[in-house]
Design a protein around this ligand. Structure first.
Ligand code: HEC
Length: 419
């Protein structure tokens, strides 16, 4: 058998052009590995409108449940629930109920949605209004929207960073996000997607609030939480060892080891970049090693390209903590006569900007996409926006130094959009 989880349907934010459940989106799917033949599927979200693609890799486990040995499968969803199935049949291991869902006919909403028995990893409704925004349905999960922005929780509760499972305790260790998302449809634009185009038919609406990163331990026999810990951001996936350690990486550059039984931090090591990739552990000539790539990502943290290797014999010192958060006014502090490195600016642009702004600065056509970059912009304008961010444009203050921002801004003005 081969088991995998699938992405969300498109167009992501508008459901009118795709009535029905939209199988097999947001699903766990089982195929016969020899023939590719369909065996079973389980859909986590019918007719998704909230970007709840099933991004976290599925985990297989064997566990004793009510005196019976069962073959289980778990997928931690962007909904904040863990979906626990019998991997032979695709049927819920503990229970998942179809419950009526709030309706919005203009979005062709599904009549019901699956609610797993047990506990969610993060809140699935908003306790306090974000800023001036009114709440619909208390921002509960599966609240539909149309032209007016609707805010909801969770936003991508469990994303791609892989989870781990401990056969000794039956616990699964998951990195989750607790954050508010907002979405709306651009009604006048609703149309079929075109080939290879990123096409939303709507836009994300930033809530203006911060999220938090959570590491949770969940018992697969009950689908209930055993412990949780939170950070400002991260962790980026977990690995659990037979020795009782749980490793996770944080965006601020730290690799941390927690006590798997309660989440208490036992050790940390500061690298030079966001620890955003999966941690590996292995034995070599009788010695256990832990390896991780610290590279940072577009979501935050300093950038780098170091592979870090640890063992009990390690001798390397930690890196110094990063400088205090960037002050946008610092952008102006680049000496007026500094000569920008345009090649460096081009490299940064291609790595960090073109996904949203396009290879030629033309902007991206889809909604929620980025503005076109025009010759009206000055280097100082660009540096100020890079330092502070603006609406859906992320701040790059923790990723780029004032000099790097100067290089990027100069490349845009002097090369990319020059007329
Ligand atoms: C995740 C998508 C995203 C990325 C990555 C991104 N931007 Fe943006 N950018 C936006 C959005 C969205 C806006 C429009 C913000 C607004 O005003 O609402 C924007 C606006 C801007 C503007 C202002 C344009 C104007 O005409 O006022 C500049 C300049 C800019 N971005 C530069 C950059 C640079 C340089 C980078 C790379 C270092 C970058 N952006 C990376 C999404 C992005």
């Amino acid at each position: 058998m081969i088991y995998f989880a699938t992405g969300n349907p498109g167009t992501a934010l508008s459901g009118a052009t795709r009535p029905g459940d939209n199988l097999f989106s947001d699903s766990i799917v089982a195929l016969d590995v020899r023939t590719g033949k369909y065996r079973w599927h389980f859909q986590e979200v019918h007719h998704d409108l909230w970007d709840y693609d099933a991004a976290n890799p599925v985990i297989l486990f064997d566990v004793e449940l009510n005196g019976q040995q069962r073959k289980g499968l778990a997928q931690a969803g962007k909904t904040g629930w863990v979906y626990l199935l019998d991997r032979e049949t695709g049927k819920p291991l503990i229970g998942i109920e179809e419950r009526p869902a709030p309706q919005e006919p203009r979005q062709a909403t599904a009549a019901t949605q699956p609610y797993p028995v047990g506990e969610a990893l993060v809140p699935q409704e908003i306790d306090i209004n974000p800023g001036d925004h009114d709440l619909v349905n208390q921002g509960r999960i599966f609240t539909p929207y149309f032209e007016e922005p609707v805010f909801y929780k969770p936003m991508s509760a469990v994303n791609w960073p892989p989870s781990s499972y401990d056969p000794e305790t039956g616990l699964m260790y998951i990195c989750a996000n607790d954050a508010i998302n907002g979405a709306r449809v651009d009604a006048e634009q609703v149309s079929e997607p075109t080939f290879q185009a990123m096409f939303y038919n709507g836009s994300w609406v930033p809530s203006g609030t911060r999220g938090r990163g959570i590491v949770a331990a969940l018992d697969v026999r009950t689908n209930r939480l055993v412990w949780r810990r939170q950070w400002a951001d991260g962790g980026n996936g977990t690995v659990v060892t037979a020795g009782g350690l749980l490793f996770t990486g944080l965006d601020d550059g730290r690799l941390v080891a927690l006590d798997k039984s309660n989440g208490k931090q036992l050790w940390e090591f500061r690298t030079d970049a966001g620890v955003n990739s999966t941690i590996s552990t292995f034995m070599h000539e009788g010695e256990q090693y832990v390896a991780v790539l610290a590279g940072g990502s577009m979501f935050g943290g300093p950038r780098g390209d170091g592979v870090w290797l640890f063992s009990l014999q390690g001798t390397l010192n930690q890196m110094p903590p990063p400088p205090s958060p960037f002050n946008p006014a610092q952008a102006a502090e680049v000496p007026a006569d500094r000569v920008a490195d345009l090649e460096n600016g081009r490299t940064i642009y291609m790595q960090s900007c073109q996904t949203c702004h396009g290879a030629n600065g033309q902007g991206s056509g889809h909604d929620g996409g980025a503005a076109a970059l025009t010759p009206a912009l000055s280097v100082q304008d660009i540096m100020a926006i890079l330092g502070a961010g603006r609406n859906a444009m992320p701040a790059f203050s923790t990723m780029l130094s004032p000099e790097q921002m100067h290089d990027t801004g100069s490349f845009i003005v002097e090369d990319l959009v020059r007329q």
